[in-house]
Design a protein around this ligand. Sequence first.
Ligand code: HEM
Length: 422
Amino acid sequence: MRDDGPRLPTSPGFWRSPLRGTWFTSVLGLVLLVGVTVLFVTGLVSYAAYNPDLAPVNDQTPDKGLLGFYLFSWPTNPPWLYRLTQGLHVTLGITLIPVLLAKLWSVVPKLFALPPARSLAHALERISLLLLVGGGLFEFTTGVLNIQLDYVFPGSFYPLHFYGAWVFFAAFLAHAALKTPKALRAVRERRRGEDGQASPGPDEGGPASPRPDAPTVDRRGALWFVGGASLLLFLTTAGQSIGGALRRTALLAPHGWADPGGGPNGFQINKTAAYAGVGTKQTAAETWRLVVTAPGGRTVRLTRAELLRLPQHSAALPIACVEGWSTADQWWRGVRLRDLAALVGYDGDPPDVLVESLQLHGAFRRAALRADQVADPRSLLALRVNGEDLSPDHGYPARVIVPAAPGVLNTKWVARMTFGEL
Ligand code: HEM
């Protein structure tokens, strides 16, 4: 009768896969060392791009305290900046999922090892591993749910994902500090082994099984498999950010392959006018007026026809959504934001502005823009796009478009603009 050996996962002999081992885990760990660091930095950048310290309306994580130490005034150049950073954040996040799962699989035996703590240092390391594994799974899960428009989290995505990121990355840094030297040594030794210069020693303290089953694939083959899965996820996600003909390959992205229709307004949208509760009654020429005001100062009410009679300017700018998808540059035409500021008395450098929308539903019915964003000559209250009036779903009668700003700050169906100290 075949001896199946230990039955409890607490015993190393319970884990029979011949693939586990320090080298296998180290290669995955080193890939995550670079990948997760880029994810954390691009994530922090995503939060900074909201200019959350400009006004409470832009800040979905107001209680962040010291965790906002790094915030800076988000630039308007290069105009594709947020398209790049957020496209990278989401695409890399998806692409790394097979690596993260393979890494967790490769060390599972260690999570069950007894005793749970051999010393205080070992106990602290194990607690950091729980924060690492828990934080990592939490970050990747909330991220994926968010871009799949599946808002099933226990609360708002922003603070959950933001605080989760700090917990995960702090545990990740501790783990990397402890393990990177060993991981580099393991990779170097293997390479020397392959060059026949020295054979790697036994997997002392590593996750290798003491009684492995017969191999069906070797560790290198298994890594190719993980790499192949990552490549597949990359190829079915990146198209939503790169755009053009590749957009149709973004099979996993809700906004990626959906056909936006042809013509000048035929490019991706996030929220439709119907979803936002904006109807023709509110946008009709008889009823709609843009209110431009400055606290304690002048107020002007403009019809769309009057806006079209003001000096018109054009700018080629993309829409870059926080969910990672983006459009190619579109030709927007309308009134410069700084010219609207001048209408209410700001002839010199324009101030910050609070923009309010007609929309009834959805986040960011109000958004604030910093003075440098208002001053940028490409920052427009767009009335037309690609030579045609904006469609209702792209924000007719008028929408804001600012270079390098996250999509949510380019307010659609604009009703009111308040220039001045926010
Ligand atoms: C599959 C993996 C991931 C996906 C799909 C993802 C997706 C996203 C999305 C869509 C946002 C923007 C949210 C918004 O502004 O509406 C975001 C923000 C962010 N992500 Fe991720 N993320 C992933 C993994 C991670 C990981 C592993 C970290 C940390 C190491 C991280 C850190 C952040 C941070 C700090 C923010 C800013 C949050 C904020 O604006 O309040 N993300 N992520």
